[in-house]
Design a protein around this ligand. Structure first.
Ligand SMILES: CC(C)(COP(=O)(O)OP(=O)(O)OC[C@H]1O[C@@H](n2cnc3c(N)ncnc32)[C@H](O)[C@@H]1OP(=O)(O)O)[C@@H](O)C(=O)NCCC(=O)NCCS
Length: 189
């Protein structure tokens, strides 16, 4: 009988080719037209918050995290999340989400945002973003825009556009309160 030996690792460049295959298999060619993909085209994902799962040394699942500014929230967009069909329903998807969200919290991220199925992500701590509060660079179903709010006032500040953002660059605030302009790296715990 096949014995799974699952290991979760931080992504590095050596995983790029297999992650491409996993995402192709899961989402097909249409994956590049999705609104979330349009954000990911704007800049690189953060490898240090992105993870793979390997079974007996073979990479079989991946989750990526991309730094974004959503309204005035400095957060991360989670996705793509994909598990090879041979390894579905083993809890791997849930574990990758859990690891990525915990890593984002440790980094000082204010929110983890995604476009996905509420029945899957709800039990993992994701809540619906207020209807149409965020404008994506393409059409999305507003009922599928979800967030793990990390900062206390996240929901109130998730209003406006969502776009890739260099997490090391301070947000220009119009409040005049300099403390709110700290770069992500400076508020990491
Ligand atoms: C969705 C996906 C990542 C789940 O990964 P996984 O490792 O198989 O999931 P887990 O083992 O953690 O969880 C399995 C549970 O989630 C449920 N589930 C899977 N996909 C779901 C969905 N889209 N909506 C609701 N529930 C879902 C399963 O029915 C199963 O339920 P059970 O525990 O009650 O039996 C995987 O099926 C996949 O790669 N799908 C194709 C790509 C995709 O849709 N990615 C998500 C984009 S939002």
């Amino acid at each position: 009988m096949y014995k799974h030996v699952l290991v979760y690792l931080t992504e590095d460049a050596s995983h790029d080719a297999v992650i491409e295959l996993i995402n192709e298999e899961a989402f097909g060619p249409g994956r590049f037209t999705r609104a979330a993909a349009r954000i990911r085209e704007q800049g690189p994902h953060d490898r240090s918050l992105s993870f793979i799962c390997a079974d007996n040394g073979e990479t079989i699942a991946s989750v990526r995290m991309t730094p974004v500014l959503a309204g005035s929230v400095k957060g991360h967009l989670l996705g793509p999340l994909a598990v090879r069909p041979s390894h579905k329903n083993l809890g791997i998807g849930r574990e990758l989400v859990r690891i990525a969200v915990e890593a984002a919290k440790r980094r000082g991220s204010e929110a983890v945002i995604l476009v996905g199925d509420p029945p899957y992500y709800g039990p993992l701590g994701f809540e619906k973003v207020a209807y149409n509060a965020l404008t994506f660079p393409g059409p999305v179903d507003p009922n599928r825009v979800l967030v793990v709010p990390i900062a206390a006032d996240t929901h109130a500040r998730l209003k406006g556009t969502i776009a890739w953002a260099d997490a090391s660059v301070p947000v220009v605030s119009d409040t005049g309160d300099d403390d709110e302009d700290l770069p992500l790296t400076a508020i990491a715990v």
